[in-house]
Design a protein around this ligand. Structure first.
Ligand SMILES: NC(=O)c1ccc[n+]([C@@H]2O[C@H](COP(=O)([O-])OP(=O)(O)OC[C@H]3O[C@@H](n4cnc5c(N)ncnc54)[C@H](OP(=O)(O)O)[C@@H]3O)[C@@H](O)[C@H]2O)c1
Length: 313
């Protein structure tokens, strides 16, 4: 089969579109014929060797963690899925991934794809919605967001951000979203009550009344300004890494790091919301598998609206 793999850690330049063996099935796995694979920053982090601290890959490895496709084969111990089912979900990112014609995935990580959703749209959802869910609703590592609260979503137009805006509105929150000026109507269209153009002025000047919480999908140098706009007693959640937890503590703001891994068990519940059309992904660009390198470069440039998806089958 064709796959996009790395044989060494060398950034996006190390990516190779090539022939690879079909994946083996473990207990509880199904083999998915991949129709579409979502592109995530995690994929190029893998190429750069940035996840080596917590995942020891046996190289070469196929990258990609979001999949939508059709069950081709069921492995031992599979109970709920059958050959021919249309499924989507996040693969086990410690193993060969979804930038391939076939991927082996534990059935517990998959949900049945609703017929109204294309494979392309379905592949745009799993990784980012799991992070958005933990960031918004997690009790320990999220905002534990409740109806009537106000949340600021920093980086509202990105993969996590555009689904987080929709989930926060569904929960009954008032949503402020930041983005560049060309994403103003996009974000308001998703339900944002207030749009803040981050290219103009200071965040503190645009957000006059402090908010109950911030979900920050950008992090880094934006953290300090985001922490400033949270009420004392409120929460700042980053999807990246906390840069200055001591500054949040000084301001009386709880600061935590969200992770999609914490909400993996909620995947069936989240998939039901997709079935009910509570959240709808935006796919701004699609490419064939052979152009994965270009897709990764675009992701790395950090201005994708919604998602890029590789159309494979
Ligand atoms: N922990 C987890 O489980 C988990 C899971 C998924 C992702 N992540 C991490 O979360 C981060 C976001 O992931 P993602 O997939 O949402 O990324 P993404 O889709 O690549 O984010 C791109 C978006 O960021 C926006 N952006 C760039 N600079 C900005 C700024 N200064 N202020 C506001 N918005 C800005 C861009 O909007 P404009 O074009 O409007 O600038 C663009 O829409 C990444 O670091 C990723 O690794 C973590």
């Amino acid at each position: 089969m064709k796959a996009v793999r790395i044989h060494e850690y060398g950034g996006i330049d190390a990516v190779s579109y090539e022939d690879a063996p079909e994946p083996e099935l473990h207990e509880g796995d199904v083999l998915v014929r991949v129709h579409a694979a979502g592109v995530n920053p995690f994929d190029w982090y893998v190429c750069m060797g940035l996840v080596q601290n917590f995942v020891a890959y046996d190289l070469p490895v196929t990258i990609g963690c979001d999949v939508s496709g059709v069950v081709e084969k069921v492995g031992p111990g599979v109970q709920d899925l059958a050959v021919g089912d249309e499924v989507y979900g996040q693969t086990d990112y410690t193993r060969d991934g979804s930038y391939a014609e076939f991927v082996a995935v534990p059935e517990s990580r998959l949900a049945k794809k609703p017929a109204f959703l294309t494979h392309t749209d379905a592949a745009a959802i799993p990784n980012v919605v799991l992070a958005a869910w933990d960031g918004l609703f997690g009790k320990e590592t999220g905002l534990d967001l409740t109806v009537g609260q106000t949340v600021l979503i920093n980086g509202g137009a990105g993969g996590i951000g555009h689904l987080a805006v929709q989930l926060a509105k569904w929960r009954g929150a008032t949503v402020i979203a930041t983005g560049s000026p060309n994403n103003d109507s996009f974000l308001r269209g998703l339900g944002a009550d207030l749009f803040v153009d981050y290219t103009k002025g200071l965040l503190e000047d645009a957000v006059v009344d402090k908010v109950d919480g911030v979900l920050d999908t950008v992090g880094g140098t934006t953290e300090a300004a985001c922490v400033q706009v949270v009420k004392p007693g409120g929460t700042y959640v980053t999807c990246t890494m906390l840069a200055a937890p001591e500054e949040a503590e000084r301001l009386g703001v709880r600061a935590v790091t969200a992770s999609g891994g914490n909400s993996q068990a909620q995947w069936p519940e989240i998939a039901r919301l997709v079935d009910e059309r509570v959240i709808t992904p935006t796919v701004s660009d699609t490419m064939p598998l052979a152009e994965a390198r270009r897709a990764l470069e675009l992701s790395q440039a950090h201005h994708v609206r919604g998602k890029i998806v590789l159309d494979i089958a």
